[in-house]
Design a protein around this ligand. Structure first.
Ligand SMILES: Nc1ncnc2c1ncn2[C@@H]1O[C@H](COP(=O)(O)OP(=O)(O)O)[C@@H](O)[C@H]1O
Ligand SMILES: [Mg+2]
Length: 396
């Protein structure tokens, strides 16, 4: 089993430091990022005072039980939910072990500890599917420029966040001309360009810094939208960015520029879902066909999904959903009408459609789309209702 983990290990004694380095250099860890740091448990809370915690924190402690528990309390204050804590100590005491487990420590290991023992503990922790969950990546592609793919990607991400009530990342990869800063009306000091510039340096901390929290659940990785600052994008950088984003959020929506090159081709091949937005005309039909065929070789049966947009902008000449279904075998999952005023106003206000006109039928269409692409049922906020009635009296 190969791990794909981020781990910080704080060693106190030279022996444990040596063992942790063996863990780091083990073949099973080739795809992980592990750092061995000095200072033991006491150093960990300070280390995270101004940055996020990785998936696993390993700490060594030499002091008595009280010192250990106090140290763990300080660590708990800075630990993000989801981070697993492994403790290495020397108190061989079942009560202490139970206390530690009760406080959310994932594993307690006794000194002397071996590298194999630590790797086995990690394997047990991350063995069950879903233990280190990976987010779903949805790539949004416009059949032609201006089809409305970015608009769709932004509204989709927004509605997915509301639907799932869990972290969603929207990444605007149209570095040169992306509109995310305008569409969400945000101020992004750092952007996706900074994240992608040095893949070897990209980690969760830098990713966080490049993202803007739009609301409780939606994080926006905006594009600089400045063709002068847009450099070449490496496939390696895309992979690293996707890996981090899908670790940070259960859902990742990627907005692609209308540009066929190595990294866009790669991204369209590895994404869990590809959504093509097309306008109902002949050129779009041809491009959908080309793309569908190109993706068939790469994605097999997991073909792209189709959304028809700007329907009824040219009623007399437009193609229909049926034309798309019958000629290229892609049945549109959604048809969005041409609503220049609605989209224009929302764009001018820097708002999503669901914010600008919650009750509009287009807002409802985006909610439907989110429901279909979420891969799970909506999270409904529980409203505590106290039913008082005769039945209640009987229960009492
Ligand atoms: N259904 C629609 N009706 C009217 N205007 C739309 C519609 N969908 C998108 N637009 C507008 O079309 C323009 C181009 O959209 P955009 O999402 O940037 O396209 P793409 O990313 O495919 O190039 C934007 O001004 C957007 O507001
Ligand atoms: Mg676009």
């Amino acid at each position: 089993m190969f791990f794909r983990l981020t781990i910080d290990a704080f060693a106190l004694t030279p022996g444990v430091a040596e063992v942790l380095k063996q863990v780091r250099d083990d073949r099973q860890m080739a795809k992980s990022r592990m750092e061995v740091l000095p200072g033991g448990l006491a150093a960990a809370p300070l280390h995270y005072a101004d940055k996020g915690t990785p998936q696993v924190v390993i700490v060594e402690e030499e002091g008595d039980d009280a010192a250990l528990l106090a140290g763990l309390d300080r660590l708990a204050e800075v630990c993000e939910s989801g981070t697993r804590v492994l403790v290495i100590g020397e108190a061989n005491d079942i009560r202490l072990y139970r206390t530690l487990m009760g406080r959310g420590v994932s594993e307690y290991m006794l000194r002397p500890v071996g590298a194999r023992q630590i790797l086995d503990a990690l394997a047990t922790l991350f063995a069950e599917p879903g233990a280190a969950p990976k987010g779903r990546v949805t790539a949004c592609w416009g059949a032609r420029g201006g089809a409305g793919s970015s608009t769709l990607a932004q509204n989709l991400a927004f509605e997915l966040a509301r639907f799932l009530r869990e972290p969603v990342v929207y990444a605007d990869l149209d570095l040169a001309f992306g509109t995310s800063v305008l569409a969400f009306n945000i101020d992004a000091k750092q952007t996706v360009a900074d994240a992608l510039a040095h893949p070897e340096r990209l980690d969760e901390v830098l990713m966080e810094r490049c993202m803007v929290d739009y609301d409780d659940h939606l994080k926006v990785l905006a594009a600089p939208g400045d063709c002068r600052s847009a450099g070449r994008i490496e496939v390696e950088a895309i992979d690293r960015m996707l890996e981090l984003a899908s670790r940070m959020a259960g859902t990742v929506v990627v907005d692609l520029p209308h540009q066929w090159c190595e990294w866009t081709d790669h991204l369209l091949s590895v994404a869990d879902e590809v959504v093509i937005t097309a306008t109902p005309d002949l050129a779009s039909l041809r491009d959908c066909k080309t793309l569908k065929e190109a993706l068939l070789a790469r994605r097999g049966s997991a073909g792209p999904r189709l959304v028809l947009n700007r329907m009824d902008a040219a009623k007399k000449t437009q193609l229909t959903a049926k034309d798309f279904e019958e000629t290229i075998g892609l049945k549109p999952m959604l048809v969005i009408p041409y609503e220049p005023q609605l989209f224009g106003e929302a764009a001018n206000n820097g708002q999503m459609i669901g914010e600008h006109s919650k009750a509009h039928r287009v807002a409802e269409l985006f909610r439907q789309l989110a429901g279909q692409l979420a891969g799970k049922a909506p999270v409904v906020r529980k409203v505590e209702t106290k039913k008082k009635g005769l039945m209640d009296m009987f229960r009492r």
